[in-house]
Design a protein around this ligand. Structure first.
Ligand SMILES: Cc1cc2nc3c(=O)[nH]c(=O)nc-3n(C[C@H](O)[C@H](O)[C@H](O)COP(=O)(O)OP(=O)(O)OC[C@H]3O[C@@H](n4cnc5c(N)ncnc54)[C@H](O)[C@@H]3O)c2cc1C
Length: 446
């Protein structure tokens, strides 16, 4: 049955692709339900990871999973996440209750240590774990109702079902599902790990600093280690030079608080790039597969809730996915708008314009729930383009591309086209169309 380098048992009931928090929670939950499970993580365990600031909800979730004792030393021994100092909306650094989490206290952990401990524990629970074989992909199911799972290196095996826990993009199951991953933006992150005692003490908590082309955050991992992350949009990176290290350094030029916190510390290892977009699968399960964690829905790192959501989603792997996913994502986008709206300093910057929807004439926030719907369904709309960055505050690049491809069509056809490309509530789409008309990106045919 199995070919390649995969060892016995030859058949697994389920393969979980991706060994982050969601994949581990899903694998152990399935194992406890009596299934033979393999967890296939592409990277060696020591590979750098993002997501070091854990909210306090992580503990009860790990307790529910039964994994708290396995990771407790790495979590409780880590610096406490008690406050956020942020230059967000103004140049000065202000101590705030928390932009990240209203409850405040959590931990800034070394994710490599925590995820490694979780992986070892997962193995102890009877899950067959493989790491470091590169990316695994599910291939089309056969008549015997099994799915082939293969790695780039040549290994393959047949399993009853696949859980995609590969994070943003849900790349593990793209060949076995009919729905595409919907990226709502093009956000990326550059991460550098800094070591040394520094010119001044790093101080506690997370420092968040808005930047003309994104934002920075730094967090302490121990007395002499800090993680620094620059978040921006992928298409804005070339303006910062060539290569991650140059871009990272150049972006620091406009981030005085971050620079001060890193002063006297040295970069340990390479600057690493990560996907950071908000996005989702419009349908998170299908015949023989389902997605959990970021693979089902990913949000802005600003929220600091990715690990919590990943664990929750992995623990619920046996439950039917929520039918309200589009609504949840829509609510999340509204929350995100409220956070980005607090930073008005760079209205012309593409990064900020894409995240701060505003009425083009009045320069006021639009609340799509209260804006009057005035567009008749049979009004004929024409795409004029080019889409200015602010258009993406309302509609994803995929939805805007669908409107552009449509060229000219009735408003109701436009709504349908947007919903096929990136489902959203009809009201939200109509308000977005009204805004595109007001901005001159679309026009109404007389
Ligand atoms: C810049 C940044 C900062 C963040 N900061 C925080 C934070 O402070 N706190 C927080 O809670 N969350 C944070 N997050 C979010 C958090 O990292 C994720 O939401 C969380 O880890 C989700 O877990 P997951 O298991 O779904 O995905 P991931 O943790 O991304 O795990 C996916 C795993 O799948 C593996 N993989 C990918 N493709 C394949 C494949 N084809 N085959 C096999 N394996 C594969 C990857 O190597 C990875 O280990 C941050 C995210 C970013 C981008």
């Amino acid at each position: 049955m199995s070919v390649g380098r995969v060892a016995a048992p030859a058949h697994f009931d389920a393969a979980v692709l991706g060994g982050g928090p969601a994949g581990i929670a899903a694998a152990v939950t399935l194992r406890r339900a009596g299934l033979r499970v393999t967890l296939l993580e592409r990277a060696p365990l020591h590979t750098p990871r993002v997501g070091e600031s854990l909210s306090p909800e992580v503990r009860p979730l790990l307790e529910q999973l039964g994994a708290w004792d396995a990771v407790r030393a790495f979590v409780e021994g880590a610096p406490e996440f008690t406050l956020v100092r942020s230059a967000w909306g103004a140049a000065e650094l202000l101590e705030r209750p928390s932009v990240l989490h209203p409850l405040g206290a959590g931990w800034h952990v070394d994710r490599v240590a925590v995820d490694s401990a979780l992986t070892a524990w997962c193995r102890d629970q009877g899950v067959e774990v493989r790491t470091g074989d590169g990316r695994w992909f599910a291939r089309s199911p056969d008549a015997a109702r099994s799915i082939e799972v293969g790695a780039r290196g040549g290994a393959s095996l047949r399993v009853g079902s696949v859980v995609d826990a590969t994070g943003r993009g849900a790349t593990g199951t793209s060949a076995v599902r009919s729905v595409p991953w919907l990226a709502h933006d093009r956000q990326v992150a550059l991460l550098g790990l800094f070591e040394g005692s520094g010119s001044t003490p790093a101080g506690p908590g997370l420092v968040l600093e808005a930047h003309p082309q994104g934002f920075w955050y730094t967090a302490p991992l121990s007395e002499d280690r800090l993680v620094a992350v620059f978040v921006t949009d992928a298409d804005l990176l070339p303006s910062l030079g060539q290569g991650p290290a140059v871009r990272f350094r150049r972006a620091l030029g406009d981030a005085s608080h971050t620079r001060a916190r890193l002063a006297g510390r040295h970069l340990a290892g390479k600057v690493q790039g990560f996907r950071s977009e908000s996005g989702r699968l419009p349908v998170a399960a299908g015949p023989g597969w389902r997605a959990v964690g970021d693979a089902a829905m990913s949000t802005d790192p600003l929220g600091g809730m990715g690990v919590t959501r990943g664990l929750t989603s992995g623990l619920a792997v046996l439950a039917t996915p929520s039918a309200a996913a589009a609504e949840v994502f829509s609510d999340y986008l509204d929350q995100r708008t409220r956070v980005y709206w607090q930073e008005p300093r760079w209205p012309r910057s593409a990064f900020w314009a894409r995240r701060r929807p505003c009425a083009p004439r009045t320069d006021e926030t639009l609340d799509w729930r209260s804006v009057a719907v005035e567009l008749p369904p049979d009004a004929v709309l024409r795409w004029r383009g080019p889409a200015e960055p602010a258009a993406e505050a309302w509609l994803s690049p995929a939805a805007l591309a669908a409107l552009e491809a449509l060229g000219e069509a009735a408003a109701q056809t436009c709504v349908r086209a947007v919903n096929e490309a990136a489902p959203m509530s009809a009201r939200r789409v109509v308000v977005a169309l009204q805004w595109l008309l007001a901005a001159g990106i679309m026009e109404e045919r007389a």
